[in-house]
Design a protein around this ligand. Structure first.
Ligand code: DOR
Ligand code: ZN
Length: 356
């Protein structure tokens, strides 16, 4: 990384987003260009209305995503896919999926944990035959780490998942590569750090670095901060920041950018998900700058994710410029509107050649 005096600009290797939601159909043309303008590679989540449960569906989805990439970015941006793990996933699917070279892993949604997780896994033991193959062939298991028991407080669901599911799973499959997705707690950050294993990484979103539950709940409910796992109290935000800027290569970018139409967020039963694809690099940079840790930005943003997924590290560089600009209040989303994270706020970093 190179920085000019007083950080008026920063140059880093182009980042990757190891966790993004694009949805499907008409809206692809509205969201894919944002991610493609920011990142060189991304890992796309499979929780579509009709989930991406096998390699054929993934390849067809990949083609639709590629079509939505603007022409000038077509050879600069590469999406990778994940398959949606279900109780019924066939163990033959693992090798088949990896042979495509496009699919990098399987996403574990505990059934009922989050948006479009109804077809998810009811008991991890139902998937042991598939997981055995994943360990054998080096596929990554991406986990949405929350228990779904309604009696467990929503703020405790991640910590409980570590004890009830993750620790036993890693004991049974010690060489299974697991990416603990969008971690939100001190317990998760501490667990990943203390395990210090090449088989365990964790992605962190921009919202969990920049905000805590006060941003969402104090002075009125602000639905655009609502995502799952939910924002926690400040001590967890601080622990995540510490992990992200630690220089540990176990932590990397996963924006969890998850578009939902404005009216479905501003609703008596609002959907979970923050949309950050437009300005994710700027958001992370803001969080690192506030910690005086811009020297740790490149590793977290551009190296450790690729390293974990055993993908080539990008060669192209990007430049961020110290420049004020305002996040739009709404974006296009098919025939609906989409409210980005930090809508209307002033950002002080701008990606050169950004989408806007
Ligand atoms: O907030 C979230 N939104 N968390 C998830 O796990 C899923 C995502 C979505 O797909 O909307
Ligand atoms: Zn997600």
């Amino acid at each position: 990384m190179s920085t000019e005096s007083k950080h008026n600009s920063i140059e880093i290797i182009q980042p990757d987003d190891m966790h993004v939601h694009f949805r499907d159909g008409d809206v692809l043309k509205d969201v894919v260009p944002h991610t493609a303008a920011q990142f060189a590679k991304c890992l796309v989540m499979p929780n579509l209305k009709s989930p991406v449960v096998n390699s054929e569906l993934a390849i067809a989805y990949y083609e639709r995503i590629k079509q939505a990439v603007p022409n000038n970015l077509k050879d600069k941006f590469e999406p990778f896919l994940t398959l949606y793990l279900t109780d019924k996933t066939n163990s033959d699917e693992v090798k088949k999926a990896l042979d495509t070279q496009i699919i990098k892993g399987f996403k574990l949604y505990p059934a009922g944990a989050t948006t479009l997780s109804e077809n998810g896994v009811t008991n991890i033991k139902n998937c042991y035959a598939v997981i055995e193959q994943m360990q054998k062939y080096n596929a990554v298991l991406l986990v949405h780490g929350e228990v779904t028991d309604h009696h467990v407080d929503i703020f405790d669901r991640e910590a409980k998942f570590i004890d009830d599911v993750l620790i036993p799973l890693r004991k049974d499959f010690p060489e299974l590569k697991i990416s603990f997705e969008h971690i939100t707690t001190k317990q998760a950050a501490d667990y990943v750090l203390s395990e210090n294993s090449q088989y365990l990484g964790a992605s962190i979103t921009p919202q969990h670095l920049l905000y805590n539950r006060n941003h969402m709940l104090a002075g009125g409910i602000k639905p655009h901060y609502y995502c799952l796992p939910i924002l926690k109290r400040s001590l967890h935000q601080q622990a995540l920041l510490k992990a992200a800027i630690s220089g540990s290569d176990r932590f990397y970018v996963g924006t969890d950018s998850a578009p939902h139409a404005k009216y479905l967020k501003e609703n008596s039963c609002g959907c979970a998900g923050c949309y950050s694809a437009l300005h994710a690099v700027e958001l992370y940079t803001t969080a690192f700058e506030a910690e005086n840790a811009l020297d740790k930005l490149e590793g977290f943003m551009s190296i450790y994710g690729s390293k974990f997924y055993e993908l080539p590290i990008n060669t192209h560089k990007i430049k961020l410029i110290k420049q004020n600009w305002q996040v739009p209040n709404v974006l296009n989303f098919g025939n609906q509107e989409l409210v980005p994270l930090a809508a209307g706020e002033t950002m002080t970093w701008k990606l050169e050649n950004s989408f806007l």
